[in-house]
Design a protein around this ligand. Structure first.
Ligand SMILES: Cc1ncc(COP(=O)(O)O)c(C=O)c1O
Length: 384
């Protein structure tokens, strides 16, 4: 029976436990498995290589992304590390011009040392991608909407260009999740998630998830997952499966709150800029609407110079200043010194990650309470 996403969130992957009838997949807290004789295992050998709780989550993310294969890692960056390990000395990746700072850091300070290089391009500009592709380029790596400026890239258009040149397309789908956007159905080859965010949803687990359609890519990734070893633990796999069950209801509320708050910010007179692809005035609005079922719940904004952004963070009462995003609780962060500090200041300034930029992960609290908190903190931060 083919299920819609709301049912898949609850019954996708491996639904419960065949042996006992338990409605939840058990936590197989084991590192190894009894073998009945030499070469006679029961399908499981060692938990870095495979674990039934992790396997249930891996099948679940494959189902949700409409892929064929899924992989679960100890963090989003462990997933990215494994994906980047597909490449060899001399290979180059084209990457979106505003991506998560940690992704930039691993490219710039780890893989570059092995001569796997990157070039930053505005992936929302198809001509720029076409112009940047040469023989050394092996993949285009995009985030859409990108972190933290919410720039939208047309996944289908980029995939067509990349595939015409026989290059892979890797999409970080952390901000929207498969509930709102399914990159594999738009032509992407590999989808990666920081599961730490909306998929887990409760700011209690660090994880990374990957989904792919092609068997040759999946085989290589499974090999690398086992060879590198950054796998997700059984208990954390269980927490992820549990979090994912409520993804749909959480995302509906996240998005409704974000739309209301983005509109309020625009009309408030307190801000000089609002980045949110759900606003009709946003340059990414049309592409966003075409390729996703919602604009997500990340908003970035710049306060009017009358207000002191440092004081604003300190004046919030309900909304918490913290790294991360995608949990039920609202969080704000300062990209320039927190999530994107790994990106050199000149590049940050060039792409628009200015010191005054505030990133807001809109939670599922009452939207009016969130607006009240923003308003009182902005008023309290008025310069003398
Ligand atoms: C878009 C995006 N991708 C990847 C990551 C890395 O994930 P993790 O922190 O789970 O390693 C993050 C973390 O903030 C992120 O925001």
């Amino acid at each position: 029976m083919s299920l819609k996403i709301d049912s898949l969130l609850i019954h996708g992957g491996i639904d419960g436990d065949e042996t006992t009838g338990a409605v939840n997949v058990p936590v197989y807290q084991t590192s190894t498995y009894k073998q009945d004789g030499l070469g006679k295992d029961r399908g499981w050998e060692y938990s870095r290589t495979g674990n039934p709780t992790r396997a249930a989550l891996e099948k679940l993310i494959a189902d949700l992304e409409q892929g064929e294969y899924g992989l679960a890692f100890a963090s989003g960056l462990a997933a990215i590390n494994t994906i980047l390990s597909l490449f060899k000395r001399g290979d180059k990746l084209l990457v979106s011009d505003n991506i998560y700072g940690g992704t930039f850091r691993i490219l710039d300070n780890v893989f570059k040392n092995f001569d796997i290089t990157y070039e930053i391009v505005d992936t929302s500009d198809e001509a720029a991608i076409e112009a940047a592709i040469d023989d050394s380029v092996k993949a285009v790596y995009i985030e859409t909407p990108a972190n933290p400026l919410l720039t939208v890239t047309d996944i289908e258009a980029v995939s067509k260009i990349a595939h015409r040149h026989d290059k892979l397309v890797i999409v970080d789908n952390t901000f929207l999740t498969p509930y709102l956007q399914r990159p594999l159905t738009l032509g992407a080859d590999i989808v990666i998630h920081s599961g730490t965010k909306y998929l887990g949803g409760h700011s209690d687990t660090i994880s990374g998830l990957v989904a792919v359609k092609r068997k040759d890519i999946a085989d290589r990734l499974y090999y690398l997952q086992n060879a590198i070893g950054g796998v997700l633990a059984p208990w954390d796999s269980f927490l992820m499966i549990r979090g994912i069950k409520t993804l749909g209801v959480r995302m509906d509320r996240h998005v409704a709150n974000a739309e209301k708050i983005a509109r309020w910010l625009v009309g408030s007179g307190y801000v000089s800029k609002v980045y949110y692809p759900g606003l009709k005035t946003d340059p990414g609005y049309e592409v966003q609407k075409k390729q996703a079922d919602g604009a997500g719940a990340m908003i970035s904004f710049v306060l009017d110079p009358k207000y002191d952004y440092k004081k604003f963070y300190e004046s919030l009462k309900l909304i918490t200043l913290a790294e991360s995003l995608g949990g039920v609780e609202s969080l704000v962060c300062h990209p320039a010194t927190m999530t994107h500090a790994a990106i050199p200041r000149e590049i940050r300034q060039e792409v628009g990650i200015v010191d005054e930029l505030i990133r807001f992960s809109v939670g599922i609290e009452d939207a009016d309470d969130l607006i009240s908190d923003l308003e009182q903190a902005i008023k309290a931060s008025k310069k003398a």
